[in-house]
Design a protein around this ligand. Structure first.
Ligand code: SF4
Ligand code: MSK
Length: 626
């Protein structure tokens, strides 16, 4: 069926186009419609020039010197306001990732104490490796005892007042020295986040450079701290991912099954939902209701988490969450935290779908709240799955519209799995980089954003990179977009340049490696650190680059900041709200090079964005003499 220009301009993904057509038919509103109603968006906000930090405001600075106020009521300039707004976004993002890490630490603690309801320590090798990093004795001790010490150690990272965050010491020595010299080596995770909130209060830090340095420091506490803890402890509890086949896109919903979507971020919930869905009694109950079985699928980063550990299909990325409900085939949309649209409440009311919130931190209008806790995890998960099963009888089959689109993919390339795929050492990768077969490594990550055509930025940028022999690592909603485009299969190496194709064919890997969810960007940092350490250089010397082609969240701002702080040039595909301050813009795109050896670029054209990354890799290769 041919779609209107409007629909074709909204997404490149065929399943999304079909569902947007279906939404139009049913007269249902989506994020794209709300975006159109929002236009024109506030110019002050777009430039970062609006301040509501105190109740003398809001204050708005005119971007034109001769036509309006140049200072807020307290005297804050555009530079101060933009810098404060930016680092408050970093604080929000770092807090979200790190609180996710804290929840995992809590789950490990309860599990080690024998108090959690259904979890166990699955990866003892990783447990021991992490224990060694913390100098925890492992000899002759039970996994629970080691786990308890590890949980207490990682828990302590959040409230540390002095010292450093342990996992940051995985970075090359030169990088750590540089952080110390610049005063951006984080002391404790919560401390840095709180300090942003303090410094950005009215009348505290009014030096844009000093503010941004604190933003970078906090972001490092996220990437090398909170996010790394989330990743590592998830691996300990649920297993370190290994390559596994999976499927993506809305066609993974099934006509004859009870469809359950697990959406959000933390695997603490989704792991239990997956396990509960295998419960023979619940499966029996589903069959008694006339269904063929229970079909759990993921969405957004929860999708990445359960896909890379169990091969569970992923229904879609951020902008597909409403479309999944519009299929009319979802018995339950189960959510925890982050990137869950409050719009789901009203939308679910138009269908039989039960919108079930589970976290005490995240309640939504129109949702049924079934609070989850680790102590009674399996019990609660079964109750939630049971609610979905019962709801199957309420499905209106006449209203069901599931697009047939699915794509196969290979997911689950943890750092450990990459080393394993390379034969147990990084050497083949280093050799391929040195010989030029692989030009460099890119980390392409981040969200969807209605401001640009859904998935187009992700897919086009990644295709251009692999065509130019750049090995791509990916997480988050980018991973889902490129998986849908078929790039996460070994066969996709046919679309890669000759050198990369040869490497992929020899190793049987795709040219785009799925490394997990947003917090798993810490895995990309770990790989970069290992490569830099193996070559005896800093990360900023490597032919590596990052990109977030369709980013939108505060978490993405924190991610971009820690990636740049780690020495990796990063291209943003949507424009950050900083252009109202030429000084802040200059710091982020140029001066940062002098401080952390990397900077941001903004490029909304994905092919040009890839070009910037490739040029950067070429320059780094030249400097390394390879
Ligand atoms: Fe206005 Fe200053 Fe208050 Fe911001 S902090 S709202 S610029 S008076
Ligand atoms: S889910 S932060 S929309 S990547 Fe991690 Fe996707 Fe961005 Fe959320």
């Amino acid at each position: 069926m041919p779609y209107s220009e409007k629909i074709l301009n909204r997404s490149v993904d065929p399943a999304t186009q079909k569902m947007l057509g279906r939404a139009e038919e049913l007269d249902l509103e989506t994020a794209w419609d709300r975006y159109e109603k929002m236009l024109p968006q506030c110019g002050f906000g777009e430039l970062g020039l609006c301040c509501r930090i105190c109740n003398m405001g809001p204050c708005r600075i005119s971007p034109f010197e001769d036509t309006g106020p140049q200072k807020g009521i307290c005297g804050a300039t555009a530079d101060i306001i933009v810098a404060r707004n930016l680092i408050r976004m970093i604080a929000g993002g770092a807090a979200a990732h790190s609180d996710h890490g804290r929840d995992l630490a809590h789950t490990l603690l309860l599990t080690a104490q024998g108090k959690s309801g259904g979890y166990e320590i699955k990866d003892e090798i990783k447990l021991s490796a992490l224990a060694r990093e913390y100098r925890i004795e492992t000899q002759g001790r039970s996994k629970e005892d080691i786990g308890l010490d590890l949980a207490e150690s990682v828990y302590a990272e959040f409230g540390k007042q002095e010292g450093f965050v342990q996992f940051s010491r995985r970075a090359p020595k030169k990088r750590v020295e540089l952080w110390k010299k610049a005063g951006i080596d984080p002391r404790g995770i919560d401390r840095e986040i709180v300090e942003i909130m303090h410094r950005t209060h009215i009348g505290v830090d009014n030096d844009p450079v000093n503010l941004i340095l604190q933003g970078l420091k906090t972001s490092i506490a996220d990437g090398w701290g909170g996010s790394a803890i989330a990743t590592e402890i998830s691996d300990v509890l649920f297993g370190t991912p290994e390559p596994v086949r999976s499927m993506v896109n809305l066609g993974v919903l099934k006509h004859e099954h009870v469809n359950i979507i697990a959406h959000g971020h933390e695997p603490v919930l989704s792991e239990m939902i997956v396990a509960a869905a295998h419960d023979p009694k619940l499966v029996e109950q589903a069959k008694a209701c006339g269904a063929a079985g229970i079909n759990v699928v993921g969405m957004c980063c929860t999708g990445n988490e359960i896909s890379m550990r169990h091969g569970i299909p992923i229904a879609g990325n951020f902008l597909q969450q409403e479309l999944a409900v519009i299929t009319g085939a979802v018995e339950a949309m189960i959510v925890d935290v982050q990137c869950i649209m409050p719009a789901l409440g009203d939308l679910c009311e138009c269908f039989h779908t039960k919108f079930i919130s589970t976290s005490p931190k995240a309640k939504f209008p129109g949702a049924i709240h079934m609070e989850f806790n680790e102590e009674h995890a399996m019990e609660i998960a079964k109750e939630i799955v049971g609610t979905a099963v019962e709801n199957y009888a309420n499905r209106n089959k006449g209203k069901v519209f599931i697009p047939e689109d699915t794509t196969d993919c290979m997911v689950g390339f943890s750092a450990e799995a990459i080393v394993k795929a390379l034969g147990g050492t990084l050497d083949p990768l280093l050799d391929a980089i040195k010989s030029g077969a692989i030009k460099g490594i890119a980390g392409v990550v981040g969200c969807n954003n209605v401001k640009i055509k859904h998935d187009e930025g992700h897919v086009e940028l990644v295709k251009e990179l692999i065509r130019n022999n750049v090995l791509v690592t990916t997480t988050g909603c980018n991973a889902i977009a490129v998986a849908k485009a078929g790039l996460m299969l070994p066969e996709a190496s046919a679309q890669a340049g000759e050198g990369l194709r040869g490497v992929c064919q020899a190793l049987g890997i795709p040219p785009v490696l799925h490394m997990g969810s947003c917090v798993d960007i810490s895995r990309i940092l770990t790989v970069c650190a290992a490569v830099a350490n193996a070559l005896g250089v800093d990360i900023s010397d490597l032919p590596v680059a990052g990109a977030a082609p369709e980013w939108m969240s505060e978490k993405a701002v924190s991610i971009g900041s820690y990636v740049v702080s780690s020495g990796i040039f990063t291209v943003l595909g949507t424009v950050p709200q900083v252009l109202g301050s030429p000084l802040v813009t200059q710091i982020l795109t140029k001066t940062a090079n002098d401080v952390v050896g990397a900077a941001f670029a903004v490029e909304t054209d994905p092919i040009k964005g890839a070009g910037l990354m490739i040029a950067h890799m070429d320059a780094k290769r030249k400097a390394l003499g390879i």
